[in-house]
Ligand binder design. Sequence first.
Ligand SMILES: Cc1ncc(COP(=O)(O)O)c(C=O)c1O
Length: 393
Amino acid sequence: MGYIEQWRSDTPGSLHCTHLNNAGASLMPTKVIDAIKLHIDLEAKMGGYEAAAHQADAIGQFYDQAANLFRAQSKNFAFTANATDAYNRALSSIEFKPGDVILTTSNDYVSNFVVFLNLKKRWGIQIKIVSNLPSGEIDLDALRDDIIKFQPTVFSLTHIPTNSGLIQPADAAGQICKENEIIYLVDGCQSAGQLDVNLTAMQCDFYSATFRKFLRGPRGAGFLYVSDRMLDNNYHPLFLDMRGADWIEEENFSLKDNATRFEDWENSYASLLGASAALAYANSVGMPVIQNRVQLLANQLREKLSNIERVSVMDRGTQKGAIVTAHIESLDPQLLKSALRQEKINCSFGTKLNALLDFKEKKIDWIVRFAPHYFNTEEEIKKPVAVIQDILH
Ligand SMILES: Cc1ncc(COP(=O)(O)O)c(C=O)c1O
């Protein structure tokens, strides 16, 4: 059996639909599904606490698998409920004072912006945005200048935005933040499991991600990477619990010495074990293989879509990732949505509510988003193209 056949036979969902919604939630491999079911069965038979004790070694492997995939150490990872939860725990560990600056980009994730605006209202922090190059990525010279000019407390970068194929230069930005001793917070929700991410090379202080997307894990699971620098300097989430700290004296607590200080005591261990199986599966396929194949498929799709009249591919960036977005002139997106659904082609649609600044700049009000993964075939890539051609002719 060839690789692609093997990946598809490991993915039961691939028999039932053309799944191009991997930037929304991917299809779980059988090993992930089995790990979750096994733990639920154990909880049913033994009791929840007893099942977790029984699986203690397997639970510990979650951190080793994450360290292996993202090239860091096991002690740097925390399990969280989702990417937003991970991101907010990281942000909450920074002691902002009125007037402090959060430096970010026009392509940062919508929920991150909502939190920045809330911090502005509540604590008077300021939000500054680094300008982009004409090709779409952030301008690294502007980042350097803005750091000198605004002396920000933190730079927040969404590695791959939710609504386009853009890949931001996260490693180069990390070097600039390091030179200037700025806290570097990376939203890796769309890059984890899609790109061969090396967190040590990126030099970030925090990297937040979710499992259900390109990592192919369950919904309701995420993780946070916390650098040694943040751990050594006692950064911890604002709302700690007894998982993250020990109550050692009436007026004092002591922090756990690893990133589990960013976790909650109560977790879905079935989801954590499913997430661990997803990390192990990605490790076994290999991130360079995954990255090359998703970019190959996405580029094929971009090329085919751009050859159709009235279709504009909206992705920017020198190097583009697995998220393919397009706008179709004078077409009701509902029409496209039902035609794709009829053919069992899974994808998603975005509006300006997903990325206000990016949509404003692109002067459009909707996009269709296709996100292939390595288990998709070249035949599947042709299917949405045929549906669009059919609607437009
Ligand atoms: C770039 C980016 N960041 C963060 C999130 C939020 O992830 P979650 O829903 O797991 O909190 C998403 C979800 O689409 C995303 O695309």
